[in-house]
Design a protein around this ligand. Structure first.
Ligand code: AMP
Length: 285
């Protein structure tokens, strides 16, 4: 048995492949949890879920430049490798893959993976290129780690669907599992970007989840989903959100407009609070 202090940190694809290869040769199964670091309890829950699914756990920590737009927060995105190492060691995670940008994207690399339609809706509309960046980096990580199972959070619900689609379309032999969103006591979904919120913004932020819960309850009892989404956007602006990108009730599998109770539904929203963009989503009951 490894002690928690035995977490290995590797920074090259060659080292990642070699560790995974050795585990595989001894018959062990592998789970991958892709992250951008600045780990919080939401990420750690994904790791704990992964530990119920496989013998060895790999967590990648990589702030992926290709999923950030030119005016987004790549340069200032929170980074805390020492803190991440301590947290993952304490959980008994086996390996951290922390590649530099040049390792993941050598200067000569040209290939991108995109998932049209599903990746062009919602987040894709407001963050052009975002899901191509996500799909490209996740595809590269999956092909090098070759995990039996890969765990993503429902917090980024559209990302979970996009990755599922890509894995099915490209026949990548891994199982994608979603884990529920971890929240603060007041309902705010944990996010590395919550660190950007001022005290006043932090007090407004839980309105996002409250609004989604009210919309879910109302459409379940017959309210018109489109009207209810528009009212929800107005509620957010009244509460102090500065811009609402979308508040909408969608089909939980296709992300097209929800057609009614015969289909699973999901309420999704993205809104800005000052300079911070928050997203959240919940299932219809
Ligand atoms: P990120 O580091 O933001 O790219 O997130 C890495 C993974 O953690 C993604 O699969 C996210 O969906 C997941 N995640 C982020 N926040 C939460 C949360 N509050 N609860 C559950 N999973 C989360």
């Amino acid at each position: 048995m490894d002690s928690p202090a035995d977490i290995q940190i590797v920074r090259t694809v060659a080292d990642l492949r070699s560790c995974v290869h050795n585990w595989r040769r001894s018959g062990e199964t592998i789970a991958l949890v892709p992250t951008m670091g600045a780990l919080h309890a939401g990420h750690l829950q994904l790791v704990q879920h992964a530990q119920t699914q496989a013998d060895r756990i790999v967590v990648s920590v990589f702030v992926n430049p290709t999923q950030f737009g030119p005016n987004e927060d790549f340069a200032v995105y929170p980074r805390d490798e020492a803190g991440d190492t301590t947290k993952l060691s304490a959980l008994g995670c086996d390996l951290m893959f922390v590649p530099p940008v040049e390792e993941m994207y050598p200067p000569e690399a040209l290939t991108r993976v995109s998932v049209p339609s599903l990746g062009d809706l919602l987040e894709g509309e407001f963050r052009p290129g975002f899901f191509t960046g996500v799909a490209t980096v996740v595809c590269k990580l999956l092909l090098q780690a070759l995990p039996d199972v890969t765990v993503f959070g429902e917090k980024d619900y559209q990302q979970l669907l996009v990755v599922r689609r890509m894995v099915a379309d490209l026949w990548i032999p891994t199982r994608i599992e979603g884990a529920p969103t971890v929240r603060e006591a007041d309902g705010l979904a944990l996010s590395s970007r919550n660190a950007y919120l001022s005290a006043e913004e932090r007090s407004i932020a839980p309105t996002l989840n409250r609004t989604l819960c009210q919309i879910a309850a109302d459409v379940t009892t017959g309210a018109d989903p489109i009207v209810r989404g528009e009212l929800g956007a107005a509620d957010l602006l009244r509460a102090g959100f500065t811009v609402v990108d979308y508040v909408t009730v969608r089909d939980a599998e296709t992300l097209l407009p929800w057609s009614g109770p015969a289909r699973p539904g999901r309420v999704l929203a993205a809104a800005r609070l000052g300079k911070t963009r928050l997203i959240d989503n919940i299932p219809l009951p």
